[in-house]
Design a protein around this ligand. Structure first.
Ligand SMILES: [Zn+2]
Length: 370
């Protein structure tokens, strides 16, 4: 049984669940768009993947640079994107993925192009879909790097779910569907229940692997020399409070982790997510070189147009929220009332309570703190 009074209240559970379940729940509704035509002619991006397993493919996107792009509609082995960098002396793997099979798949892909020792694997942040395959690295003696808070947050957020009774834990979500006062509210509550159901099933079938090489954000940026290939780690606020990106300045390539959702509504539920911080980070990305290639945490590889689009999504959420705030609409109501504009109608919203709802709640809190 779960002691609901002890660290597992509904509020806390919402705040503590990762974006993973959300992907799981709507996975079949999220076909991966093809590479944009503009990227089709980018000489850095190989047209043919070195491997394609359906759930993810790996392609060359630079000199020693590879992107692993997931297609959630074809399975949940990886769910998030990742990639790897292979220099003359060492390789860096990016992401622990949702399963050990996902992490293993990416390692195999690396080994088809390079036999250099793996210097490290990096979780770009602690969320479930980026870290539940971490045990693969432990089993293979690969040092696992992450933001200094990531290990603690994996433990705090996912440990309590292991062995918990699913029906008991999900009861508050089922109740929200029953108590909904409108169709919209009911649909939002249902999307949240789907999300946390998926989360539960995966957490309970995973063995937690904690990063053993904490990266102190105060010591970033940090340059890693892989032999003729230098990567720079940076930390930026926005998505999870543990976000680390990998930049390859010489080739204008950036692995953003979930600081970029390309063509998706951004996942803002994390207790340490900050809408103003995230928007400031995106403004920084927009100031990177105009030919920058971004490997987002979710969605297809993109150029600066992907950054412009997610900024527009945030602008739209903020504009609608501000109108409601000024009109005196209470926060809970405002969080349900956002209307998806036509231009974003194909953008996946894998769970309302992980994306738009908390974005509005956080915006209200920011305005009220002023
Ligand atoms: Zn995330």
């Amino acid at each position: 049984m779960i002691d609901l009074s002890h660290g597992f209240s509904r509020r806390k559970f919402i705040a503590h669940t990762s974006c993973f379940g959300a992907f799981y729940a709507v996975a079949q509704l999220i076909p991966l768009p093809a590479l944009a035509e503009t990227l089709g002619i980018d000489s850095r991006v190989s047209q043919t993947p070195i491997v394609d397993k359906g759930f993810a493919s790996v392609r060359k996107i630079g000199n020693g640079l590879y992107a692993t792009i997931s297609d959630p509609s074809k399975g949940n082995t990886t769910l998030c994107n990742g990639g790897f960098l292979a220099g003359k002396d060492g390789a860096l793997l990016i992401e622990g993925f949702t399963t050990t099979a996902g992490a293993s798949f990416q390692m195999d892909a690396l080994r088809t192009v390079s036999q250099v020792p793996v210097k490290a694997a990096l979780d770009t942040h602690y969320h479930f879909d980026h870290s539940m395959g971490n045990a693969f690295y432990g089993a293979n003696g690969v040092p696992l790097w992450a933001h200094a808070s990531a290990a603690k947050r994996i433990f705090e957020n996912y440990m309590p779910l292991q062995g918990a009774d699913q029906a008991t834990a999900l009861a508050p979500y089922a109740k929200r569907i029953k108590d909904a006062k409108s169709d919209a509210e009911r649909q939002h509550a249902q999307s949240d229940l789907n999300a946390v159901t998926g989360l539960f099933q995966i957490v309970n079938s995973s063995i937690l692997g904690l990063p053993n090489h904490p990266i102190d954000p105060a010591k970033l940026p940090m340059t890693i020399d892989l032999g003729g290939l230098s990567a720079v780690l940076e930390s930026h606020p926005g998505h999870s409070g543990t976000d680390v990106i990998v930049r390859v300045p010489e080739q204008n390539v950036v692995y953003t982790g979930d600081l970029l959702f390309n063509g998706w509504y951004p996942v803002c539920f994390d207790e340490q997510a900050t809408v103003s911080g995230w928007r400031a980070t995106l403004a920084k990305f927009a100031a990177f070189d105009k030919d920058t290639l971004f490997v987002p945490g979710h969605g297809q590889i993109c150029g600066q147009e992907g950054i412009a689009t997610i900024r527009e999504v945030f602008d739209d959420i903020a504009a609608q929220a501000e109108k409601m705030h000024k009109a005196g609409v209470p926060v809970q109501e405002a969080a349900e009332r956002y209307v998806v504009p036509d231009k974003f109608k194909n953008f996946p919203i894998f769970a309302w309570g992980f994306t738009i709802g908390p974005a509005i709640t956080k915006l209200y809190a920011e305005w009220q703190a002023k």
